[in-house]
Design a protein. Structure first.
Length: 79
């Protein structure tokens, strides 16, 4: 795999997962949704205003399941 060991790639995946989890938790703490998860929820639960109120109650308590995938397209020297 371009001379990169599986241990290094594994640590990248682990670190990436931790970073994404940290960012999502920070957004929840701040009470903001710049990624648009709420828009997705609203698009699929559009029947009542109660559904939107439910989302606002759920969002701060969501537990994230994150999967990071890295595809190395190429390698080479840096000029």
């Amino acid at each position: 795999m371009f001379g990169i060991g599986t241990v290094i790639v594994g640590s990248w995946l682990s670190e990436g997962t931790k970073r994404y989890h940290h960012v999502l938790r920070k957004l929840q703490t701040l009470g903001v949704d710049p990624i648009g998860f709420g828009l997705r929820y609203r698009a699929t639960h559009y029947e009542r205003e109660k559904d939107w109120e439910r989302w606002k109650a759920i969002y701060p308590r969501l537990d994230w399941q994150i999967k990071v995938n890295i595809d190395l397209v190429g390698s080479g020297g840096i000029k």
